[in-house]
Design a protein around this ligand. Structure first.
Ligand code: AMP
Length: 283
């Protein structure tokens, strides 16, 4: 595996097809599954490791985001990655005058809770696409709204990259793997899988009750209340259309339940498809 710091060095390194996985490091099995798939599908895998300052708010954890480049490089190498692109902030952001803003889909939920977050994400992903020139790029459905934002951006800006959205990799008890899970206390870690359990049982209830508007509303309210009683500080627990991220009151084939909830200082995100047939289809 080759370690690269400057975009110019990426030129002519790869064959005809490049599978690209943008990341912020602190790798776990969720990241590695995307890397292995990029390598298997395109034969040449490029992974970026860049903790993007522009997607963190002023009160967020940019400075304490976990960083261990040596360990990450070893994991990427063992996943078959060909190039680890670990640029400096100056390399990625010579200035900050041009930004990509994806309106609509980025406005609610995470966008509302973290103002400017998706502008930072869209801008850095667009920049990385221009530096790496991938034919294919891989994202995890764990960050479902991010998938919808990137998909909108690629379509709106006529970018010639094929997007792959891959299922969330979970711990055995259902907790979605996340670089931030390491900050959960043992007691919080014990409670954390309830978020996924609530999403799945709410999804089952919505399918079972035929998704009348009042039944959906009641299920969402009860799920949220149940999490609050169990010690979560619930940010939202809602049903959305996964393409637009507009709230939905009745289920369709594009319905997902999305939730964000804090345990202590750790904010957990998860989601669950309501109609299983469209599980990874954001089209
Ligand atoms: P991050 O380093 O957190 O920015 O994540 C890099 C990529 O890995 C994003 O596309 C994430 O959605 C994806 N990812 C993070 N956690 C998981 C997971 N548990 N399962 C699958 N993909 C994930």
């Amino acid at each position: 595996m080759r370690l690269v710091r400057e975009a110019d060095e990426l030129r002519d390194l790869a064959g005809a097809r490049i599978g690209f996985v943008p990341t912020m490091g602190a790798f776990h099995e969720g990241h590695l599954s995307l890397m292995r798939e990029a390598k298997a599908n395109q034969g040449f895998a490029v992974v970026s490791l860049f903790v993007n300052p522009t997607q963190f708010g002023p009160d967020e954890d940019f400075s304490r985001y976990p960083r261990d480049e040596a360990a990450d490089a070893e994991m990427a190498r063992s996943a078959g990655v060909d190039v680890l692109f670990a640029p400096s902030v100056e390399e990625v952001f010579p200035s900050r005058t041009t930004n990509v803003v994806v309106s609509g889909v980025s406005e609610r939920w995470e966008g509302e809770h973290r103002p400017g977050h998706f502008d930072g994400v869209a801008t850095v992903v667009a920049k990385l696409f221009h530096m790496v020139h991938p034919t294919d790029a891989y994202f995890g459905l764990k960050d479902l709204q991010q998938c919808a934002v990137v998909r909108r951006m690629v379509e709106d800006l006529n970018m010639r990259v094929r997007l792959h959205f891959r299922p969330t990799v979970r711990e055995q008890d259902g907790l979605a793997m996340s670089s931030r899970n390491r900050y959960l206390s043992p007691e919080e870690r014990r409670i954390a899988p309830m978020l996924n359990r609530s999403l799945r049982s709410a999804s089952g209830a919505i399918v079972a009750t035929g998704s009348s508007e009042s039944a959906v509303e009641e299920t969402l309210r009860e799920s949220s209340a149940h999490l609050s009683r169990s010690g979560f500080e619930v940010g939202y627990f809602s049903m959305v259309d996964c393409r637009t991220f507009l709230p939905q009151r009745a289920a369709t084939q594009h319905s997902y339940l999305v939730a964000a909830a804090k345990l202590g200082s750790v904010r957990l995100l998860d989601n669950c498809c309501v109609a299983q047939s469209s599980a990874v289809d954001l089209s």
